[in-house]
Design a protein around this ligand. Sequence first.
Ligand code: NAP
Length: 399
Amino acid sequence: MGKALIIGAGGVGNVVAHKCCQVPEVFEEICIASRTLSKCEDIKNRIGNTKTKVHTARVDADNTREVVELINSFKPDIVINVALPYQDLTIMDACLETGVHYLDTANYEPPDVPKFEYKWQWAYRERYEQKGITAILGCGFDPGVTGVFSAYAQKHYFDEIHYIDILDCNAGDHGYPFATNFNPEINIREVTAKGRYYENGQWIETEPLEIKRVYDFPQIGPRNMYLLYHEELESLAVNIKGVKRIRFWMTFSDSYLTHLRVLQNVGMTSIEPVEFEGKKIIPLQFLKALLPDPASLGPRTKGKTNIGCIFQGVKDGKPRTYYVYNVCDHQEAYREVGSQAVSYTTGVPAMIGAMMLIKGLWKKPGVYNVEEFDPDPFMDALNKYGLPWHEDFSPVLVD
Ligand SMILES: NC(=O)c1ccc[n+]([C@@H]2O[C@H](COP(=O)([O-])OP(=O)(O)OC[C@H]3O[C@@H](n4cnc5c(N)ncnc54)[C@H](OP(=O)(O)O)[C@@H]3O)[C@@H](O)[C@H]2O)c1
């Protein structure tokens, strides 16, 4: 039925490739391409025998010409970008030039400014429309499934959604004193940034990790969670009409936060270059080199993740609340595809989004966030391909 070019061979790329091969009737051929060819070949070897034909290639996705050449030689229907957010625009340019659909899981961030916003990618709307191709933005779990959950709640359970709380709990334990579950640079930049949430048409800024709550997560138990800014808040504030407040919460252990505070206090999380023995180095990139590779955490990580959304609003004139969430087990994910749950919960939705596009269910020219498509076939696919969801119509609310 279709061909997908997967760019990025980290934890998430590994999951996307494995999951595509579980649906060979949709993904007849895939090409795993990344800066380091050996990582692509390792994934291909781990997948082993499969009906899907698996290719590998080396590409520097910072260079649009290289991506264009690879697209022209492999001729995919879609490019699944699971490299880093820094490559979003160069890959979008290559898709535009070659007329190939695009999907990613994280919005563009300039390498030298710790700021992520959709404005750079939304600016491609008209050009994608004119070219007749689709870009699906932010199709991991959060962003991604959280947007699909919002569209599903809106479609089936509410006339108006007034409040959304997105709750992301990772209760996994990898046994290291300090490590990040996905790309350390992206992760630390996210956590050390100021918090922000949307209320009554305005963005309210907080100090980093200033607002804390305790929530008793189903299948996990009580955890400390902190208000963060997260990219889906920007698109949901636009796409969920009438919403009054949207907040995003993520859990962190005391030990993780203590390590982070120390690293920050000594300047190790800075992205400002410093002179070291005659060479300019960026402290955060140096720290990344010291920390365990997130892909290596898989075999050691035990426990579960729980990510979901609590909605409050009105249906038929009556107040209603609705909580929808997925629980994913790190070790089960590792047994299935060789990556822990954080990569798994990102890679499965990316595969499903690409499948929606190849099947023609999520295909419309332009640049879209996931909540702008019909959520129903995606929700069915989550149950089928490893991320089943649960519903609660009287959840404990976040105050
Ligand atoms: N939406 C969500 O729920 C969610 C959750 C987690 C992560 N994410 C996103 O998922 C993406 C992948 O995360 P990950 O944990 O898999 O990261 P990762 O383990 O660091 O892997 C990133 C991969 O991209 C490759 N890459 C980097 N720069 C490249 C370039 N210029 N050209 C070609 N390949 C390049 C890397 O190659 P090298 O090995 O050669 O460096 C590596 O294979 C990130 O954008 C992250 O923000 C989204």
